[in-house]
Write a protein that binds this ligand. Structure first.
Ligand code: NDP
Length: 254
């Protein structure tokens, strides 16, 4: 847990779940470069340590398993007490599993939906309780192409990401009048460990991804970082409730 207090009250405070790797690490990198104090949360303390070392003093790391829903209220209360406010929440932590529909067990389905949806709800609710009295806040959810069109063998992931998009809209209509903007980024196929697992060793899937991506290449985590920084910026102050594909055109590809 970070020990230092914020000296400049105008400085914004962000939480990025899963901020120690892949897309979350890139989002945190952009936030830190923009002077935003950013708390990253993940399960692996070593991954968090390496990320913090890379990103410097504006990055703060907390090791916590967000699957433990009962621990989330105290986690958010600690962060709010430490920093005095929470301006931005990026719900980025997520897991995937590729398996044929008929072979997926109830436990496997539940595991994916628990991390990708239940934890997102629980952490968002706690953060919103801090943001409401502030009269201001910015929440960015992370969806997927799996919620834009049908992708085989990712049933639980698709269910969870489709729910995230619905929740984004429901949260936006309820919370925007209180000054809390809620948006969603739908990344296309971005070069991270997660996409490597899904695509490497599956030449047909890989070929399909490239064939329907007009820009003809995978995205970089920093592409999502730039979009998140924009959505969290004053320049995006009239944007709420949108699902923004950052996908090289994949979602509209022929
Ligand atoms: P990574 O696997 O690199 O990152 C996922 C992060 O989530 C890790 O840092 C992991 O940290 C954290 N995490 C997972 N489960 C938990 C948990 N229970 N508690 C706390 N932290 C957790 O994947 P990506 O960067 O690729 O994915 C980030 C997001 O982007 C995900 O929501 C994913 O669905 C989405 N996405 C990715 C795409 C891609 O092409 N890469 C495409 C579309 C969407 P740790 O293991 O330490 O817990």
């Amino acid at each position: 847990m970070p020990q230092e207090q914020i000296s400049n009250p105008a400085q914004r405070i962000a939480i990025v779940t899963g901020g120690a790797s892949g897309i979350g690490l890139a989002i945190t990198g952009k936030f830190v470069q923009a002077g935003i104090q950013t708390v990253i949360i993940g399960r692996d303390p070593e991954k968090l340590r390496v990320a913090k070392e890379k990103l410097g003093p504006l990055c703060h790391a907390i090791a916590q398993d967000l699957n433990d829903l009962a621990s989330i209220p105290a986690l958010i209360a600690r962060i709010a007490a430490q920093y005095g406010r929470i301006d931005i929440l990026v719900n980025n932590a997520g897991i995937n599993m590729k398996k044929e529909f008929a072979d997926v067990t109830d436990e496997e389905f539940e595991r994916i939906v628990h991390t990708n949806l239940h934890s997102v709800f629980a952490i968002s609710r706690e953060v919103v309780r801090i943001m409401i009295p502030q009269g201001q806040g910015n929440i960015i959810n992370i969806s997927s192409m799996a919620a834009q069109y049908g992708i085989p063998k990712v049933i639980a992931y698709t269910a969870s990401k489709s729910a995230i998009e619905g929740m984004t809209k429901a949260m936006a209509v309820e919370l925007s009048p209180m000054g809390i903007l809620v948006n969603c980024i739908a990344p296309g196929f971005i070069a991270t460990d997660m996409s490597a697992k899904a695509l490497n060793g599956d030449a047909e899937r890989k070929q399909k991804v490239f064939a329907r991506t007009p820009l003809g290449r995978l995205g970089e985590p920093a592409d999502i970082g730039d979009a998140a920084l924009f959505l969290a910026s004053p320049q995006a102050k009239y944007i709420t409730g949108v699902v923004l594909p950052i996908d090289g055109g994949n979602s509209i590809g022929f």
